[in-house]
Design a protein around this ligand. Structure first.
Ligand code: ACO
Length: 325
């Protein structure tokens, strides 16, 4: 028995905001954004749409593709940094109610842009440890809600969306999640954070909370390039696979330049990396499942393909997974 990624689906808001539209209200340009990040557009959730709505849409589509019902689920894990409610209840519980999966375990994982990989490792480990059958792992973000739209250094980077994967503990000869590697460097917690907590002084507590993303771009950039290279080295060492064994490397879509810089260090051809940041920008924990869903829809993932997923983000956290498709 192994834990197989059985289906993958996504929800992308229809409202597409390209760089030119941003440049109409912000001191920036399409040329600057493309050359510094590889981003051409982002999709923004409509008013009234919550993270759980996008997560539930992606989950329904993934369940239909896997041909199982919500009642078959043992577990729902939602990775998100932009939950419906900050603190509680978990967005996974709201999603459970929306998709009608009553009674199963449901909780959120907060690990920044590595969230989907953390959630996937936890869910597959729980299925194995508890002899469960099916789980749904969702990465869902509404970063537009916590973006400071006056701050050009961050406003151009992020987008909204959700991706969901049904994973099942079944016997399918060699397929499945083969290895995970997760890590964190809390020393970089203040390099990328949501300005809302902890508030340790009376002065801070008296100030209303307006959550917004605060980032030291250069530190995050350096951390991201370093963590990708270290992860690739460590996961290949742990699994004894070589780079040429992998059909695809699917990184968290933070910045095309980060991926290019990491690829150069190993001499990895750029076409080995799947990138769709041009269309969706950085959707944090949704970015890896969004990329997988798009690749699946395009028929790019063939049964038996070996793929590597790479994540890095707030925390600072990082993670990798090796999956036989
Ligand atoms: N449009 C135009 N000019 C801009 C913009 C913008 N949107 N943003 C910054 N600038 C200006 C700056 O003000 C600065 O001007 P100055 O030289 O007159 O002072 C100039 O551009 C250069 O700014 P830098 O910050 O040095 O630009 P840099 O080349 O470092 O690129 C960037 C900034 C793209 C944010 C880069 O640091 C980066 O990619 N960092 C990683 C960000 C990231 O990926 N974050 C998320 C990852 S983790 C996660 O996903 C949660």
């Amino acid at each position: 028995m192994s834990v197989v990624l059985r289906s993958i689906a996504s929800y992308i808001p229809q409202n597409r905001v390209d760089n030119q539209a941003l440049a109409a209200t912000l001191d920036t340009s399409d040329e600057w954004i493309r050359s510094h990040t590889g981003i051409g557009a982002r999709h923004i959730a409509d008013d009234g749409v919550l993270t759980s709505d996008m997560a539930a849409e992606a989950a329904r589509a993934a369940l239909a593709k896997a041909k199982i019902t919500p009642h078959d689920l043992d577990l729902i894990v939602v990775a998100t940094a932009t939950p419906d409610y900050f603190g509680f209840p978990a967005t996974a519980c709201v999603v459970q109610e929306k998709i009608g999966a009553f009674g199963c375990t449901a909780f959120d994982v907060v690990a920044g842009c590595s969230g989907f990989l953390y959630a996937l490792d936890i869910a597959s480990s729980m299925l194995e440890a508890r002899h469960g059958r099916h789980a749904i792992v969702i990465g869902a973000e509404q970063l537009s809600r916590v973006t400071d739209w006056q701050d050009r250094s961050t406003a151009v980077l992020f987008g909204d969306g959700a991706g969901a994967a049904v994973i099942s503990r079944i016997d399918e000869g060699g397929r499945g999640c083969l290895a995970f590697m997760l890590g964190a460097d809390g020393g970089g917690a203040r390099d990328l954070y949501l300005e809302q907590a902890p508030r340790t002084s009376a002065y801070e507590r008296a100030t209303p909370i307006v959550p917004k993303i605060v980032m030291d771009g250069k530190k995050v950039y350096d951390f991201a390039v370093k963590s990708i290279t270290v992860l690739i080295e460590r996961i290949m060492h742990a699994t004894a696979y070589r780079l040429e064994d992998f059909s695809w490397i699917i990184p968290h879509q933070a910045n095309a330049r980060i991926i290019q810089a990491a690829g150069k260090r190993f001499g990895i051809p750029p076409e080995k990396f799947y990138l769709n940041i041009d269309e969706y920008a950085n959707t944090s924990s949704a970015s890896i499942p969004l990329a997988l869903a798009e690749m699946d829809a395009k028929g790019l993932l063939k049964p038996g393909d070996l793929i590597m997923l790479l994540g890095f983000g707030a925390g600072l956290t990082y993670g990798a997974a090796v999956i036989r498709w």
